[in-house]
Design a binder for this molecule. Structure first.
Ligand code: ZN
Length: 483
């Protein structure tokens, strides 16, 4: 086996770029906060999932195994608000849960379909919050035992004054913290640093679970702590999310997990920057709000969107525009045309005789080194891609003046495969299609589970249009072949 390439990342906790040294050599544990499934993901959300896919693929290509957990938040304030709107006021708890599940299953299916279209690798674990309520309850009980949680009117709150390191991630001013004041909402601003809610007493008209504190439901922050500890363990290498999650979500995750465990929970915190559209914050009222579906309806290739995101450094604000998709389309055409050229047997054209000759094999080695040096330095994708595009320019010119040999072409193709393992935008067509079919089958399964037959049929038609024959087996599994 080839040795592991060291990768360094900007750690929000230390504010420095540090090499990642996994606790288990060669195996990276990665927790990424998943979607809240009450609506379609917008392209700002998708930017985060795409940067995390790049992060994960970089470790995989560098020789590591990655244990990746991405949760599905399927109980939360906005989910309850939207799912209970049309439920009969006299409905019982079971009916309320059913309504909530119908909404979350439906949007989980849409979300998985988006991931498939964008070529995002599926996580090793994708736990649903509602499947881990007992773990959340015992975590909160442990915090109570340690004096870090208290009950008030059936809700349980975290006592932030009890944890000296509270505020370290977001660099909060501890002086300004108001002791004893508490906040019930899951999301709040930095100037409202207060004791936050772990368990919420049920209000009339809300679905609930039984708990030692009466009927209620978990707060959003406790969900990730419970699922992360359950599936990845008491020490995690990397935890990631969008920059807006630093406070309060990740600060509170640390408080809960470390308050319970009594030691550091996560070594490296990695956050991706915002996305603007046409220079402004995305909002429905400005008319610059997009989902992936909106872009697809305009005829955009999801991979062009993927490339637009990946070619920007994840820690820089990305100013997205529809024009940037066109530029990505052109860049991808260039790589794919070059791949095709390398797959074919070349004939010298003599056109580039005036250009300086390059030696293809050493030139590829040089590009590979530059590509990896850039990625290993906090995922510097603009520089990594510059190494690739300069190579393409040089070798197109060289192939014009004297056709590359088969051996040289194969070495170039090998490098293109290596770069595609990370960027996922210029694969062998068949490989790309295989991954997409698998992911669509999973999305269809979720749609069926949600009894959303129209969506399940729509996905089936999409799979069919790709020339794939599906066979539903009696045991519920699905096999497929090319028709
Ligand atoms: Zn989270």
């Amino acid at each position: 086996m080839s040795p592991l390439r060291p990768i360094a990342l900007y750690n929000t906790l230390t504010r420095t770029v540090d090499p990642v040294a996994p606790l288990v050599p060669g195996v990276v544990s990665l927790y990424t906060c998943g979607p809240t499934v009450y609506n379609f993901a917008h392209i700002g959300n998708l930017k985060t999932f795409l940067f995390q896919d790049l992060l994960k693929r970089t470790f995989l290509a560098a020789g590591y195994q990655v244990r990746h957990c991405m949760n599905i938040t399927d109980v939360e304030d906005k989910i309850i608000r939207d799912s209970q709107k049309e439920v009969d006021p006299a409905a019982g708890n079971e009916e309320r849960h059913r309504a909530m599940r119908a909404l979350t299953d439906r949007y989980t299916a849409f979300f998985l379909e988006d991931l498939a279209a964008l070529g995002i690798l599926p996580p090793s674990y994708s736990p649903k919050a509602t499947g881990h309520i007992p773990q959340m309850i015992s975590l909160i009980q442990e915090l109570e035992r340690k004096g870090l949680a208290y009950v008030r009117e059936g809700s349980v709150y975290y006592r932030i004054a009890g944890l000296p390191q509270y505020g370290r991630l977001a660099r909060l001013d501890r002086e300004g913290m108001k002791a004893g004041a508490s906040v019930d909402a899951d999301e709040y601003e930095k100037d409202a640093v207060q004791d936050f809610v772990l368990w919420k007493a049920a209000k009339p008209g809300e679905p609930w679970w039984d708990s030692p504190w009466g009927h209620g439901r978990p707060g959003w922050h406790i969900e990730c702590s419970a699922m992360g500890i359950e599936l990845l363990g008491e020490r995690i290498d990397i935890h990631s999310g969008g920059i807006d999650l630093v406070f309060p979500h990740h600060e509170n995750e640390i408080a809960q997990s470390e308050g319970c465990l009594g030691h550091t929970w996560v070594n490296t915190w990695v956050h991706g920057e915002f996305l603007l559209v046409d220079g402004e914050k995305m909002s429905k009222s400005l008319g610059n709000f997009y989902t992936l579906r909106d872009l697809q309806a305009k005829g955009c290739d999801p991979l062009a969107f993927r490339f637009t995101i990946q070619s920007n450094h994840y820690r820089k604000v990305l100013n997205f525009s529809l024009d940037s998709l066109k530029a990505s389309d052109n860049a991808l055409k260039r790589v794919r045309a070059f791949r095709k050229r390398m797959e074919e047997v070349g004939a010298p054209h003599g056109q580039g005789a005036w250009k300086e000759a390059v030696e293809p094999l050493p030139r590829v080695a040089q590009a590979r080194e530059a590509f990896w040096a850039a990625l290993a330095d906090d995922l510097n994708t603009p520089e990594a891609l510059a190494a690739l595009f300069t190579l393409i320019t040089d070798l197109n010119a060289q192939d014009d003046r004297a056709a590359l040999t088969r051996e040289e072409r194969d070495e170039v193709l090998k490098f293109l495969d290596e770069t595609d393992a990370i960027f996922g935008c210029w694969p062998h067509e068949e490989l790309r299609a295989d991954a997409e079919v698998e992911a669509l089958i999973e999305a269809r399964k979720r749609a069926k589970a949600a009894r959303d037959w129209a969506e399940a049929d729509r996905i089936r038609d999409r799979i069919k249009a790709m020339g794939i024959v599906l066979e539903d087996r009696k045991d519920g599994s699905v096999s497929w072949r090319r028709g």
